[in-house]
Every structure is written in structure tokens, then in C-alpha cells.
Design a protein around this ligand. Structure first.
Ligand code: NAD
Ligand code: MG
Length: 380
């Protein structure tokens, strides 16, 4: 039985990953989360992991008491999460939200575990560092993000990457597609959280509304598939059925389709190169009737444009872009700023002169800290 560790097991991806793990027969070695003691206690009782860690020290102390009758060891803080990531599972699925996932990803790679990666901020902020560390340790990074899983699946059978012409990422467009910049000025958090096709955590749902999610995915795709942004197109596809495509030099286009349900890409990352029976419902194309494709509006959804710009500049620019977005997204969710302040903050993070060359882990964390504080100051 293969072992699996899930980082961020209480979240939207984490709980779905546990469903898949149960169906496909993985042994759960370790679980981590931030602070949800109630959910993780239930998971400990059901999956009996060797270790769990809560990043929040107080929550971890509480959990220790609650599960003292079990054999599971409870760890705490950043070190505890890193220790779980480093536990030597066959696979580590990282579904932590945000930059907090970067260090655990590096720990899991160094332990030689296969990585199933949902935590896209990891690749956005520290792409070169993560990919180089994975290469050095001969570790595979398998995409969980649905678009990247679709590209990965569409690349199976490609024997020479020179035959790839471009990658085509699909975007749902989020709840505000078609709105004018003026209309976006007054949208509410409740409207932003109402995604048409996917049920996800709050941060990524807001990222989908600003279309920053697609910007982050552009950077993620560039690193995962070693492609220049000039060869990655974005097309708005409102139904989220065609999850992404690969165009080859003979102009043949291969796509992966399915109902919008994250358990499909999660499962493929865990069972690759095999496939197994899934609990997700079949795609019945006639239920959709029409599938539509449109150009994205880079002027109304400026975050998309800024992400391409950060990727082209390189160095710590993508880390700065990510930090500004994480902070502004959080301020918007806390009712402190308007929806349109998010692209404003992201654009402002690119106005500073920053390192465009090579960087270390410390450079990334320093940039992250500094840009978060600059972003807060913008609205003080
Ligand atoms: P979520 O908010 O539902 O869950 C996040 C998880 O991370 C929780 O378990 C939480 O406890 C943990 N966490 C938060 N802060 C932490 C910290 N400081 N230290 C340790 N753990 C921490 O988020 P989600 O929607 O499951 O998304 C997770 C990741 O997957 C994100 O990077 C997101 O972009 C990506 N993703 C999500 C979906 C989706 O359908 N939800 C799809 C594609 C990609
Ligand atoms: Mg996605």
C-alpha cells in the first residue's frame, strides 16, 4: 500500500484528496493544517496517520489533548508542518493555500517524495528554486491544478518536446466575466465568492473573480512545462469542461475534458501513470449542448496582464506579484478594501525595481514580507 501525506488536509482540496485516497487505497502517513482542530480530529480518527501538525500553536496544544487516546503524534508550528512534509511518504500532496506552502514543498522534495502540487503560489513565488531542487533530488512534481493536469494528460505520448507548439489554458472567467471596469468598482465579496462552476477555498475563489488565478496559473504552467509565456495562450471557456489543451506543430490540438470536479485531477496526480475508477460523475456532453470560447479581456482584468509581465521580468518579480495579491485578496475578504483595489495593489508591486536574476529561499521570503507591508501601507 502506497503512503500519502496531505499538507492542508482540512481545506477544499485536502478533504477531496482524502476521499480519493480512501477510494484508491492509500495509507495516510501524515496530515497538516493551520488551525481546524474539529476537522483534523475527525481525520485522525478515520485515517490514523503517524503524525499530524497544526501551524497554529494554540490549536495544536488543544488537539494534543483531544486525540491523546490515539497513537497519532501531534506536532506544532512551521517546524511541525515541515517535519510532516519531510516524513518520507511515497507521495506528498501539498494543498496549503499561499506562500506558507513553499518551505514544506522544499522539505518534501528533499525527502525524495513524489509531489502532487495544488499549492500554485509555491511555483509562482519560487518557481526556479522549486524546479531546480526537484531536479537535484530526482523528484517528480505532478500537477493537481485542473488546467495543468489537463496539459500534463494531453502531453502523454509526446516523445519530443520540440513537437509542442503551444499550451492553451482555459479560464472560466469567474463570476464577473463581461462586466465593465466601472461595474467592477461596486461588486461585493458575496458576489466575488459566488463562482459559477467550482466550489473552492475563499482565497482562490476571489483570485478567480479578479482572474489573478489564471495569471498565477500562467506562471505555474511556465515552470511546470518549461515553456516561455509567448507559447502559452489563455482562452475563456465559461463551462469549465475543456480543462486545457496542447497544440502540436502539425496544428493538432489535444485536450482533456471532464465535469468540473477536482477529484479527477487529484486522482490522476496520485495514480499516475495509471488510471483507476473514480467516484466522479461521467461527462455527458449533451447536458451542455454548447461549449463557448472567447478572448480574455486584459484591460478589465488587469491581474492577468501583470502576471505575464512579472513572469517576463523574472527574478523575484513573481514573488512580489504573489505577495501583493495574497495581501490585497485578504484585505478584500476582510472588508478593508474594494475589489478593484486588488489589481491596483498587484500593479503597484511591479512598479518597484527588483532583482531579476537568480535568488535564494531567503530572497523570496524577504520579498514576500516587504511587499506585504508595502501593500498594507498603500491602503493605510
Ligand atoms: P482552503 O482554504 O480550502 O484550504 C487551505 C488549507 O491550507 C487548509 O487545510 C488550511 O488549514 C491550510 N493552511 C492555511 N494556512 C496555512 C499555514 N500558514 N500553514 C499551514 N497550513 C495552512 O484552500 P483550497 O481551495 O483547498 O486551495 C489550496 C491550494 O490549492 C491553493 O494554492 C489553491 O490555489 C490550489 N487549488 C485549489 C483548487 C480548488 O478547487 N479548491 C483548485 C486548484 C488549485
Ligand atoms: Mg486551476
Amino acid at each position: 500500500m502506497k503512503s500519502l501525506t496531505i499538507l492542508g488536509s482540512t481545506g477544499s482540496i485536502g478533504t477531496q484528496a482524502l476521499d480519493v485516497a480512501k477510494l484508491c487505497g492509500f495509507r495516510i502517513k501524515a496530515l497538516t493544517a493551520n488551525s481546524r482542530t474539529d476537522i483534523i480530529e475527525r481525520q485522525i480518527r478515520e485515517f490514523a496517520p503517524e503524525k499530524v501538525a497544526l501551524a497554529d500553536e494554540k490549536a495544536a496544544a488543544d488537539l494534543k489533548v483531544r486525540v491523546s487516546d490515539t497513537a497519532t503524534k501531534v506536532l506544532s508550528g512551521r517546524e511541525g508542518v515541515n517535519e510532516c512534509a519531510f516524513c518520507g511518504s511515497d507521495t506528498v500532496l501539498n494543498s496549503i493555500v499561499g506562500i506558507a506552502g513553499l518551505e514544506p514543498t522544499l522539505c518534501a522534495i528533499k525527502a525524495g517524495s513524489k509531489i502532487a502540487l495544488a499549492n500554485k503560489e509555491t511555483l509562482v513565488a519560487g518557481g526556479k528554486l522549486v524546479i531546480d531542487t526537484a531536479r537535484e533530488n530526482k523528484v517528480d512534481i505532478l500537477p493537481v491544478d485542473s488546467e495543468h493536469s489537463a496539459i500534463f494528460q494531453s502531453l502523454q505520448g509526446c516523445r519530443d518536446r520540440k513537437q509542442i507548439k503551444k499550451l492553451i489554458l482555459t479560464a472560466s472567467g469567474g463570476p464577473f466575466f463581461g462586466k465593465t471596469p466601472e461595474e467592477l468598482e461596486t461588486v461585493t465579496l458575496e458576489q466575488a465568492l459566488n463562482h459559477p462552476n467550482w466550489s473552492m477555498g475563499a482565497k482562490i475563489t476571489v483570485d478567480s473573480a479578479t482572474m489573478m488565478n489564471k495569471g498565477l496559473e500562467l506562471i505555474e504552467a511556465a515552470w511546470l512545462f518549461d515553456m516561455s509565456p509567448d507559447y502559452i495562450d489563455i482562452v475563456v471557456h465559461r463551462q469549465s469542461v475543456v480543462h486545457s489543451l496542447v497544440e502540436y506543430i502539425d496544428n493538432s490540438v489535444i485536450a482533456q475534458l471532464g465535469v468540473p470536479d477536482m477529484r479527477i485531477p487529484i486522482q490522476y496526480a496520485l495514480t499516475y501513470p495509471d488510471r483507476c475508477v473514480s467516484s466522479v460523475r461521467e461527462l455527458k456532453l449533451w447536458e451542455y449542448g454548447t461549449l463557448t470560447f472567447e478572448q480574455p479581456d486584459y484591460e478589465t482584468f488587469k491581474c492577468l496582464k501583470y502576471a505575464g509581465e512579472a513572469l517576463r521580468r523574472g527574478g523575484v518579480y513573481p514573488a512580489a506579484l504573489n505577495a501583493a495579491n495574497e495581501k490585497a485578496n485578504e484585505l478584500f475578504r476582510n472588508g478593508k478594501i474594494r475589489f478593484t483595489d486588488i489589481p491596483y495593489a498587484v500593479g503597484a508591486s511591479l512598479e518597484k525595481t527588483r532583482n531579476t536574476g537568480s535568488y535564494t529561499f531567503e530572497d523570496i521570503t524577504e520579498t514576500d514580507k516587504c511587499v506585504r507591508s508595502e501593500t498594507e501601507d498603500l491602503f493605510a
